[in-house]
Write a protein that binds this ligand. Structure first.
Ligand SMILES: Cc1cc2nc3c(=O)[nH]c(=O)nc-3n(C[C@H](O)[C@H](O)[C@H](O)COP(=O)(O)OP(=O)(O)OC[C@H]3O[C@@H](n4cnc5c(N)ncnc54)[C@H](O)[C@@H]3O)c2cc1C
Length: 445
């Protein structure tokens, strides 16, 4: 299958130059798969979904698990995201969810997503993972006065319909507790919400999974799966694992190349992050940047940011449509410009790090967790860029599904069922281009 993006973005063997990679070593901790094996469950993909699933299977069910990761552990989006624990994992308005799924299932969805945030936080405390946990809520900021009403409405809906604690702040109020700058016209907050160093969190989970008996192999890309007499042969590095069950936890980096039933369901969207040098106290003060909570600017073409513990500023946005190293650099330059338009007093601040990765958007616009009907193939993907909240919890749900006799999980219907395949899958980037043009138009206030 031809790549949707330039091959640069799929170089599993090459670590990305992220800020997170500079905060902790990922070298040499896990072996490469080089010997035939047999096991009960094989997990493909070593991000939050796969690692949480493997950890749950080994720890809670004493199950035999082998995990195969194409890059090093931490190579995928779980090791390179912005670390925001946000809700909800959906690219759909609440109004539309009510209409499509009904109030009961939508309420359950929000309840599950709050469970997801708590699940992530509990993993951190249960395993004492030192991952620079910060913040006690998430902020959403109006980029223009015309957005303030919709922010107030959202806060009201979250509170009234889902019992989520929210608070609304005028521009002046948010200037006192959040920040100033050119695109701050009031805000709202919701709880729970926090931020982490995403790579440290993943490596902490991997450590626990290994201690619990999961056989973890990195630099071990699965190239083929064969089914014989109800058993699976998983091929990687020219060797074979025989297994009874397979978990597909490859999310946005799946190249539609292993399992035809799951092909062409994901639109991988590039997301970029830039990080400044540490800001001085005066620079921080010049925009009243007080908060360490994650902040989302709610433009249709949204961007997000937060102040890190060493006073570097993280700024993230949708990426380019090409995927080469060159296009990534160009995108980081345009993001730098955008960041400096919003926070003009930082116009002389250098960018120390820039990188990107893939988030998984699907035509369903909500995640998909489940099992293929006539196969022992389990899947979880399509978190619509909300994996910190959703992926560890989903991995745990998959472990439950694998170990239960029932085919059903007691979770909201919004998570169930596979998304439709994209018609003419080669045109996925064209569909994205159209959507982006529409959002750009809508952001012209
Ligand atoms: C730049 C960026 C910023 C983001 N910011 C946030 C954020 O702030 N908050 C948030 O909630 N979410 C964020 N996300 C999304 C979040 O990172 C993902 O939703 C989450 O990490 C998904 O976890 P996962 O385990 O399902 O996938 P991944 O972490 O991507 O793991 C999948 C793994 O599968 C491996 N793989 C693929 N094919 C194969 C194969 N054939 N064989 C073996 N292994 C294979 C890949 O190497 C990869 O490591 C961001 C994503 C990006 C890219």
């Amino acid at each position: 299958m031809a790549n949707l993006y330039h091959n640069d973005i799929y170089k599993f063997e090459k670590p990305i130059n992220s800020y997170w990679e500079s905060t902790i070593s990922t070298h040499g901790k896990y072996e490469t798969f080089q010997k035939d094996l047999s096991t009960n469950v094989v997990v493909i993909g070593g991000g939050y979904t796969g690692m949480s699933c493997a950890l749950s299977l080994a720890k809670q069910y004493n199950e035999e698990v082998v995990l195969l990761e194409a890059g090093h552990i931490g190579w995928g989006s779980s090791g390179r995201n912005a670390g925001f624990c946000c809700i909800p994992p959906a690219k759909m308005s609440v109004k539309k969810m009510f209409k499509k799924f009904g109030k009961k299932e939508t309420k359950k969805f929000f309840q599950n997503t709050i469970e997801g945030s708590k699940f992530t936080k509990n993993l951190i405390s249960e395993y004492n993972i030192d991952c620079d946990l910060t913040g006690d809520r998430n902020f959403e900021v109006a980029p223009h006065p015309s957005y303030f009403e919709s922010i107030k409405d959202e806060a009201e809906t979250y509170k009234k319909e889902f019992g989520i604690e929210t608070q609304v702040y005028s521009k002046e109020e948010f200037n006192e507790i959040g920040h100033g700058g050119n695109e701050q016209f009031g805000a709202m907050s919701y709880q729970p919400g926090f931020a982490i160093n995403p790579l440290k969190f993943l490596l902490g989970m991997a450590n626990e999974a290994k201690k619990s008996g999961v056989k973890i192999f990195q630099k071990s890309k699965v190239t083929k799966i064969e089914k014989n007499n109800g058993k699976y042969k998983i091929i990687s590095n020219g060797h074979t694992i025989k297994a009874n069950k397979v978990v597909m936890a490859t999310n946005g980096f799946y190249k539609d190349d292993i399992f035809p039933q799951l092909n062409n369901m994901i639109l991988p969207v590039i997301s970029n992050i830039i990080i400044t040098r540490p800001l001085t106290k005066d620079e921080i003060k010049s925009h009243n940047f007080i908060t360490n909570n994650p902040v989302l600017n709610i433009r249709n073409l949204l961007f997000y940011y937060r102040l890190l513990k060493d006073n570097r500023f993280l700024f993230g946005a949708r990426g380019d449509l090409i995927g080469s190293e060159k296009s990534s650099l160009e995108k980081s330059k345009s993001m730098e410009k955008q960041m400096k338009n919003v926070f003009p007093n930082w116009s002389n601040v250098n960018i120390d790090f820039h990188w990107r990765g893939l988030v998984a958007v699907t035509a369903k616009f909500t995640p998909s967790i489940g099992k293929l009907d006539d196969d022992e193939i389990y899947y979880s993907f399509g978190y619509q860029a909300n994996g910190v909240n959703t992926a560890p919890w989903s991995g745990n749900q998959l472990a439950r599904l694998i170990m239960s006799n029932s085919k059903e999980l007691d979770i909201s219907n919004l998570y169930k069922g596979l998304p439709n395949k994209f018609p003419f899958p080669k045109l996925r980037l064209f569909y994205l281009r159209l959507a982006l043009a529409y959002y750009k138009f809508m952001d012209k206030y």
